[in-house]
Structures are given as structure tokens and as C-alpha cells.
Design a protein around this ligand. Sequence first.
Ligand SMILES: Nc1ncnc2c1ncn2[C@@H]1O[C@H](COP(=O)(O)OP(=O)(O)OP(=O)(O)O)[C@@H](O)[C@H]1O
Ligand SMILES: [Mg+2]
Length: 277
Amino acid sequence: MSSRIELDHVRQTFWVRGDDDKQLREFVALDDLSLAIGEGEFLTVVGPSGCGKSTVLDLIAGLAHPSGGRLTVDGVAVTGPGRDRSVVFQQYTLLPWRTAQGNVEFALEAAGVKGRGERREQARHYLALVGLAEFANRYPHELSGGMKQRVAIARSLSYEPQVLLMDEPFGALDAQTRERLQEELLGIWRRTGTTVVFITHDIDEAVFLGQRVAVMSARPGRIKEVIDVDLDREAAGETDLRATPAFAAYRHHIWTLLREQHGAPVQRSLEEVRTVA
Ligand SMILES: Nc1ncnc2c1ncn2[C@@H]1O[C@H](COP(=O)(O)OP(=O)(O)OP(=O)(O)O)[C@@H](O)[C@H]1O
Ligand SMILES: [Mg+2]
């Protein structure tokens, strides 16, 4: 598998105010973080809250520049956002003056889909995929939090970008919707060969979706371990993959890696994980 995205000894610092609220200090969010993501790979990233997951995604998206190290996509240094990379952010980011349908159509237009009818059809298709066919004409303020997030997901999927960057996209959804969208996302990934980088707090979700799971450590954020997930989905057939001993072994391994980390944030994060599971 050739490497499409490469982070090479990446460092990211921020200037933050100190306790005295006057002095600016350098805060090291990521340090010496190296990670190669293959073409067409589905990589999931887990780590405690505040360890730098969103920061990594922002860097790949080109929304921020690393303070140190090198970040390339297809061998070219990332200097800004590009249409090849689409982001589903942790917070909802819809245009409030456009309906759900209008939001998806807008993205298709920006992506260069010329025909109006084609944009309408494609937007309808993806809104139906996320279960919002009946809500296409609603404005964001008329939608629930989870619905808004589903519109954002439909929008990102609609133009089938080469790289899909997803920051806890299913966090606000109920268990059934979440599982359905996980299956849909896997289906789209298999069909389109898009490269997916998917951040989650949920260990089960990371193992279920990822071909590899990158576990991050906190302070400063770096990659602790990357685990190859080798689950036989075909053999599992109708049985719940999550209930198989192989799945449980991966879950336990990652849980142990996260638990090994010290400090309160890790404990909080694990509790969140348990609540979700
Ligand atoms: N613009 C910024 N200025 C200052 N500090 C920042 C900035 N962005 C992020 N940070 C800090 O960098 C660290 C990593 O933040 P980030 O949002 O990447 O964490 P995360 O792993 O995505 O957390 P969560 O799981 O809670 O979403 C945090 O300590 C955060 O406070
Ligand atoms: Mg985050």
C-alpha cells in the first residue's frame, strides 16, 4: 500500500495564556508525531480527550500548518485546504440560510458538479442515505443536533472526495443510526476506494471500522501504537462481529493501551468510552 498521507515528526504548538493571564506560553499539542496513511486505507484514531486528534485532522485538512516536521499528501507538502480532502467536523458546520438539501447542493456546486438536476438528485440520494429524505427542506435551526450532523455527513459523502477526514462524526447519534451509518460508510469506502481518517472516542467503533487503529497518547500528543485489525467480516456473516472473541481481543488491547496512560483526562475518556459502548 503506497502512502498517500505522511506525517513525519510533526510538531504543533499553540500560544496560550498562562495562569497569571498575562504571559503567553508555548503549549505543545503534538510532538514528534509520525504516521503514514495508505492510499484507500480506512484508518481510525482513538485517544484521550485533548490529546490532539482534531489538531491532527486540521493539519491534514490544511486548515493549520505544523510548527515543525513535514506533512505531505501524495508527496506534496500540504499548504492549505483542497477539494481532494473533505472534512466532517466535530461541531456542526452548516450554512444556516440554506436548507438541508441546499447545504448538500452547495457542496456539490463547489466540487464542480455542473448540472442543476444532477446536484438535486445527488443531494436527495445522500440525504436519504443518512435517513433525512423527509427533512430535505428544513433549515439547520429546524433540525436536531444529530440531524445536523447527518446533513454534514451527507454533504461530505456527496461529492466522493479522495480523502475523507471525519472527526467523531457519529458522536451525537443514537446507537441504531450510528450502526447504520457505520455500515453505509464502510459500503461507500469499499465502493469508492476513498481514503478515510476517522476519529472516535469509541473503541468499538474504531475496531469495527478501521483496517488499522492508531492509538494516541496525551501530552504531548503522539502515536502510541498502530494496530492492524484483521477481522474476517465474511466469516462473521449474520453474527454480530462485535460479539466475536477476535473483536473482544482487539477491544481489550486498545482499552489497555488507553488505560496505561496516566492522569485524569484518560480516566474521563475511558468512562466516556464505556458509556458509549
Ligand atoms: N487554537 C488553539 N489554541 C490553543 N490551544 C489549542 C488550540 N487548539 C487546540 N488546542 C489545545 O491542543 C490540545 C489538543 O486539542 P484537540 O482539539 O486536538 O484535542 P482532541 O484530541 O481532538 O480532543 P477531544 O477528544 O476532546 O475532541 C488541547 O490541549 C487543546 O486545548
Ligand atoms: Mg477533537
